[in-house]
Write a protein that binds this ligand. Structure first.
Ligand code: MN
Length: 202
């Protein structure tokens, strides 16, 4: 079963306050789409053809680099589009807000730790907020297209928030200024969605 590129849940210019429309369009139609094409090519006519994306990436340590990288790329981008919105409420509420405060001290301290994870990820990768199997909120980063669902991740868990820190995600507007991109990105986080994911994972 071949994987396909889904439409974004908003227009390319919806996140303009933080991410320009041209970057969104290239990121979705070129970068994300290429991961899907390469994933489909890598699994065609193999034992992996009928596995779900989650099944494939869970065994990242023992599958080919092409499946690990492109399967991760497909999963990560699909997730990333879903946790952003042009209509952000600006901050979490309810149980998620309480648990962020209890775990990190404050929302600002969580953001600082998350941005540090993204800024110190050398080269390309992702920053993550996850829920561990013990139900604990944790921040981590992964290289390339790895993610916390993979068996090879240093910090495993269920992702509830993710930020793409590859240069292709920000270079047109922010050039080399990854920290400026990360700071601006909070304005498009879909906290309703993140809360849903948190309650489901907890
Ligand atoms: Mn990307």
């Amino acid at each position: 079963m071949a994987f396909t590129l889904s439409d974004l849940p908003y227009d390319y210019n919806a996140l303009e306050v933080s991410i320009d429309a041209r970057t969104m369009e290239i990121h979705h139609t070129k970068h994300h789409n290429t991961y899907i094409t390469n994933l489909n090519n890598a699994i065609a006519d193999t034992e992996h053809t009928y596995k779900s994306l989650e099944e494939l990436i869970a065994k990242a340590g023992s599958i080919s680099p092409a499946v690990r990288n492109n399967g991760g790329g497909h999963w990560n981008h699909s997730f990333f589009w879903g946790i952003m919105t042009g209509d952000s409420m600006g901050k979490p509420e309810g149980v998620l807000a309480d648990d962020i405060n209890a775990t990190f001290g404050s929302l600002d301290e969580m953001k600082t730790k998350f941005q540090t994870a993204g800024a110190t990820q050398f080269g390309s990768g992702w920053a993550w907020l996850t829920v561990s199997t013990a139900g604990k909120l944790e921040i981590s980063s992964t290289p390339n297209q790895d993610n916390p669902l993979m068996d090879i991740a240093n910090t495993k868990g269920t992702p509830i928030l993710a930020l793409d820190v590859w240069e292709h995600a920000y270079y047109l507007r922010y050039q080399n200024l990854r920290p400026a991109y990360m700071q601006a990105w909070w304005d498009v986080v879909n906290w309703n969605k993140v809360s849903e994911l948190y309650l489901a994972a907890k």
